[in-house]
Design a protein around this ligand. Structure first.
Ligand code: ITT
Length: 193
């Protein structure tokens, strides 16, 4: 079965492929299209933005789509960067910079709880469905690791005693927000064949 994932984030695509290709799904994405399609993510929640992304491409090409909207919520920072995770401190600033600013803002905070959230929207002409995955962690005290992407180097996952950027992709996928959302979606596919 071919699945069109409405994303141009290569890291997300790699994670979707690693989890879904062994199950027989073939993954296509915006990076496989010849044209550049603008999607305006003006939703206030992960659910709204995921649906906007999937709907835009579903309506344009009349194909079933899935889209991932995700981000990091830090409790001591009023759940920032949240839905604005990709745009936090500017879309084109490096994650080294973004992560360092977060560590500085967290310097005196006792509560370091945070979570990654991923909402996958499945949109076809007959249905709209969302699947939410989360993983709880702590904001690390320093940047560590170079695997993964985005905020992984500052996301400390206590059961691994390490950041998600310092473990293998299969370890990350086994517990991650995206892995959890994808597993829910696969269960739905299995039950609705
Ligand atoms: P698309 O909209 O094309 O899918 P995007 O990167 O702009 O790509 P989002 O709007 O969903 O996607 O922003 C998600 C951001 O949240 C992402 O750019 C990272 O900064 C962060 N993020 C999400 N999942 C993450 C993960 O597994 N590890 C680290 N950071 C993550």
């Amino acid at each position: 079965m071919e699945l069109f994932v409405v994303t141009s984030n290569q890291h997300k695509i790699d994670e979707f492929k690693e989890l879904l290709e062994p199950l027989g799904y073939k993954i296509k994405s915006l990076l496989d299209l010849k044209e550049n399609i603008e999607i305006i993510e003006d939703g206030k929640t992960f659910e709204e933005n995921a649906i906007i992304k999937a709907k835009t491409i579903c309506e344009r090409f009349n194909i079933t789509c899935i889209a991932d909207d995700s981000g990091l919520e830090i409790d001591a920072l009023n759940k920032e960067p949240g839905v604005l995770s990709a745009r936090y401190l500017g879309h084109d600033t490096s994650y080294e910079y973004k992560n360092n600013v977060i560590l500085e803002r967290m310097k005196d905070k006792k509560d370091r709880t945070c979570r990654f959230v991923c909402v996958i929207a499945l949109v076809s002409k007959n249905e709209i469905k969302t699947f939410r995955g989360e993983v709880e962690g702590k904001v690390a005290y320093k940047i560590k690791g170079s695997n993964g992407f985005g905020y992984d180097p500052i996301f400390f996952y206590e059961p691994f005693n390490d950041t998600l950027a310092n473990v293998s992709s299969s370890m990350k996928n086994s517990i991650s927000h995206r892995g959890n959302a994808i597993r829910k979606m696969v269960e739905y596919f299995e039950n609705n064949k």
